[in-house]
Design a protein around this ligand. Sequence first.
Ligand code: FAD
Length: 405
Amino acid sequence: MRKPKIVVLGAGYGGLVTVTRLQKALSVDEANIVLVNKNDYHYETTWLHEASAGTLHHDRVRYDVDAVINRSKVEFIRAEVQDIKPEEKKVILNTGEVDYDYLVVALGGESETFGIEGLKEHAFTISNVNTARQLRDHIEFQFATYANEEEKKEERLTFVVGGAGFTGIEFLGELANRVPELCKEYDIDYSKVRIYCVEAAPMVLPGFDPELVKYAVAQLEKKGVEFKIGTPIKGATETGIIVAKDEDETEEIKAGTVVWAAGVRGSSIIEKSGIENMRARVKVNPDLRAPNHDDIFVIGDCSLIINEEINRPYPPTAQIAMQQGETCARNIVKLVKGEGDLETFTPHLKGTVCSLGDDDAIGVVFDKKLTGTKASFMKKMVDNRALFLIGGPSLVLKKGKFNVL
Ligand code: FAD
């Protein structure tokens, strides 16, 4: 009998949990497992704000895919996915094509600029190892150039972060810790630096406990971050950003660095494929399959699942992507083995911790509110747990965070 071919697209949190579970549950006689990823490494997306600010080297946030997959059971193709052809059951890669019997789309998310003019051209994003390296180098370049130029451009040392959500706040925490180091390194007076957080919504970290948000804002303000809340960004230019001043007027904030951290959408590959989607995310069936495509599972940031309690989508998180990977793998094993009804995916949220730099954080873990070093310790445990779930204790020992305060 012909063995089914399972193709997993993306070696992020969702994709790697799926593959590591499949390689354990299925023998080589039962299925062919193929993993496709742009790079030969996985990166911890949830650590990218650190690499972007330069507080953690980019090599610390990535590890080889080979460290966690069993090559005798899984074929790894390093390639870029360009399109999915559901009718022909095949995936188009930059290096050729691959056909499938079951497909798992775990390609993660992309930055969403909501059509705001100039953002794509002039703002940095925190999306992958390449964007992180570029942003870190750019920040350092601004300090080095300021120190060296005769006619000082003050705006060179102004940093704008668009978005006071999770990514924006975590990046601000790292940046606020990095700036004093850079000032010292380049002999620059700290008072020359401005760090703005510009947010259109009327609050910081929407959905987070208000008491914890107050703590986070106070801590970041103490480190020099200035919040401009309820201030929509109207555009970005070569010299900074344009924000709404009031209903009719706008003003420019001149800045040498603009970081856009205010929106995530699914993968553009989903939109291209013709699979039904909303902002490149697929509202999946309870068993994680795409509507009208019984052979395609969609997980992680490419998927959309509704929190029935509040009738709103769950925010895309690594926590959910990894849990979906577990369910997705079990459901594929059931299909391969002909074992009856597929499992329904239900997220089990254990809490959320938002870092404010390496030394501080806020969080709610098992309904308990945490701040400061306790929250920061929890954050490191959460980061280490993600490594453990994919690569076991050896990966934690190799890449884990042990600089507990
Ligand atoms: P990812 O883990 O992003 O992986 C996608 C993979 O697909 C990557 O390996 C990528 O290279 C590959 N890929 C993409 N396109 C292609 C292509 N065309 N061809 C081939 N390969 C491709 N979530 C939390 O739960 N807790 C947190 O504390 C947290 N902090 C965050 C901090 C930051 C700075 C950011 C940016 C996000 C954070 N998140 C957090 C969100 C979390 O990182 C995402 O929800 C999670 O990464 C989604 O997992 P995924 O498996 O869908 O995709």
